[in-house]
Design a binder for this molecule. Structure first.
Ligand code: NAD
Length: 325
């Protein structure tokens, strides 16, 4: 895959979990210049620490809800700028809506001005509490417009509508990736996502907390695979939304057991009442990604957890990595 040679690429939200992996991958693909625009509201400059050494990387602190001005050519705009984890969206509801609306429109305007391809990082939350299992792209979703996660879900729905309006109205070359649960290095331990929560508990030698009876299912895709899906989608002429996620479904109880096994820990699994509205099941149908992009996840949960745990151990340092004997 060398189609990024000689290209200039703008990544909105490049300092985040997915954005920083995307910047790295694009630089490794031989992209001439990758420019990250990020206001660091949920991202971290440390995520970008190794990128300058790869050459051709520029990090600019900028709020994407303000107009984007970039001199010179731009060939691709990847829009990943949005608070994403449930705790961030709960603390930043207005910022989430503004990033999804104003930020997305500023990114689309930039792509239109430059004749660039625009890729939108959309999300499986757009399917809401799914009525159909598993989720295909032609499902319209079942979203509560005033529920606890509404700012994120509705921002993603509006974002897709805006992307399609620019495509239909201005002939912009657009891509929409509906990303499902992703995990891997550079997640934050303080997020209330289930993988970092279990990993944190494993590394601190604590018991594992499962909310509900643990029978809710999720599917978890390793970050390297997700980034590969985004890169392939950007390079294909596919305008309709494409699910990017792992169809291997597991219960939260199975996930807790897998993290415990990967960490070599012995914590007990304890059950607590569910704190919030939570879909019972979510699993992507990736037929479209397989057919149109030739993409599917390659990393097993076991491999991905080993890499994730290794990264968190390094982050936390030797003293915090003590496991329960
Ligand atoms: P993240 O919070 O780690 O990264 C988002 C980045 O966007 C951060 O660096 C943040 O500082 C930046 N940002 C937010 N608002 C901004 C603004 N107004 N101006 C400039 N920068 C801004 O989240 P992530 O998990 O890397 O998610 C990236 C994208 O992928 C998001 O759009 C998210 O909705 C989407 N997504 C992620 C997942 C997942 O499992 N991580 C799943 C589905 C969709």
């Amino acid at each position: 895959m060398n189609d990024f040679h000689g290209k200039r690429i703008v990544v909105l939200g490049g300092a985040g979990f997915l954005g920083s992996h995307l910047c790295e991958r694009l630089l490794r693909e031989g992209t001439d210049e990758v420019i990250s625009l990020d206001n660091f509201v949920t991202g971290n400059p440390r995520n970008l620490a190794g990128l300058t050494a790869l050459g051709g990387f520029l990090s600019v602190e900028h709020d994407v809800t303000e107009p984007l001005r970039i001199a010179g050519p731009v060939h691709y705009v990847f829009n990943l700028a949005s608070p994403s984890s449930p705790i961030d969206c709960a603390q930043l509801p207005i910022e989430t809506l503004r990033a999804g609306s104003l930020g997305t429109e500023n990114g689309l305007r930039l792509a239109r001005e430059k004749g660039a391809v625009f890729l939108q990082a959309s999300a499986s939350e757009l399917y809401g509490d799914p009525l159909v299992h598993s989720q295909q792209e032609d499902s319209w979703g079942n979203v509560n417009p005033i529920g606890p996660r509404c700012c994120y879900d509705e921002a993603k729905r509006y974002g897709e509508a805006l992307v399609m309006a620019y495509h239909r109205g201005h002939g912009l070359r657009t891509r929409i990736a509906r990303i499902f649960n992703t995990y891997g290095p550079r997640m934050r331990l303080d997020e209330d996502r289930v993988v970092p929560a279990f990993v944190g508990q494993a590394l601190r030698g604590e018991d594992f907390t499962v909310f509900g009876d643990g029978s809710q299912t999720r599917s978890f895709c390793y970050v390297r695979d997700v980034i590969d899906g985004l890169v392939r989608l950007a390079l294909c002429n596919v305008t309709e939304p494409v699910n990017i996620g792992n169809p291997r479904e597991m219960t939260l109880l199975q996930l807790a057991e897998a993290v415990r096994a990967a960490a070599g820990g012995a914590g007990r699994i304890l059950f607590q009442p569910l704190l919030r509205e939570d879909p019972q099941q979510r699993r992507p149908d990736i037929t479209r990604a397989r057919t149109l992009l030739g993409w599917e996840p390659r990393t097993s949960l076991e491999e991905g957890l080993v890499e994730t745990l290794a990264w968190f151990r390094q982050e936390l340092g030797p003293s915090s990595g003590e496991l329960r004997p």
